[in-house]
Design a binder for this molecule. Sequence first.
Ligand SMILES: [Zn+2]
Length: 304
Amino acid sequence: MVCIKNGPGPTALLIAGNHGDEYEGQIALSNLAREIRADQISGRLIILPALNYPAVQAGQRVSPLDDGNLNRMFPGDPLGSPTEMIADYVCQELIPMADLVVDLHSGGRSLDYVASALVRPGRDAEEHEKLVRLLRVFGAPISFISDGTGGGGITTLAAAAEAKGALVLTTELGGGATLSLSGLSLAASGLRRLLMDLRIVSDIDVEAASPTRLMTVSGHDAFVYAHERGVFEPAAEVGEEVAKGQIAGRIHFPDLPTREPETLLFGSSGLVACRRVPSFTRRGDCLFKLMRDLDLAPSRAGHA
Ligand SMILES: [Zn+2]
């Protein structure tokens, strides 16, 4: 943990390595910790580039100590497993200090994501407006609003921080356990824009935010899952626009070569937010997730 404090001002809590095999955020935060000088700051930066340290050390999503998926264990337990203890420490000690929480994710080993930022829907109109504003300041090409349905629900760091009244922005910056240079660059510039906006930092060079496309993920039809164990042949790329009924991919059975592959269709129209990376697929694996443009400022009820 790196803490840089200079004079009075707000606190930003900047986190990566919540999942150990997501790398753009880990590097962006390590770079920031080395590059930023205390005299450029008014307030405090708390930077954790490797939050689930055992998972980061092992190069895997979950902790080798307890198989703990940290972003499914919030708010944690001070007397629980090592991963539950990390979640509890973040919730009880760090989040209450923070005016802004940023949790940098990517797709990890199993998914490749379009570079994007996301927030949960605000609990009221005022909070919602603040969160949408953060998305515009961060300036990812695509931003989406999601309540965590289909991945984590109320057990994520973002949900736990929201429950404590903190403003939280999350990202998906690439995936496949590799490093996206555009994702890394977006993390670096987006973080600096957020810190400028919060007035923790003033004397820093950063390009203006690009316009962001506001989108949402809604309903079961936004996901394509594997129903069979086999080899996944995708028929769409990340970032592509697809139509309802279009072929999403096929599952092949090389051990039964005369069996026809299973053809999977998209259940709705939208933009491909993420795609499964490993070809070997088991029943229940997520193959695609779609986003659609946000037409109205949604209320919490719209995401029930
Ligand atoms: Zn993650």
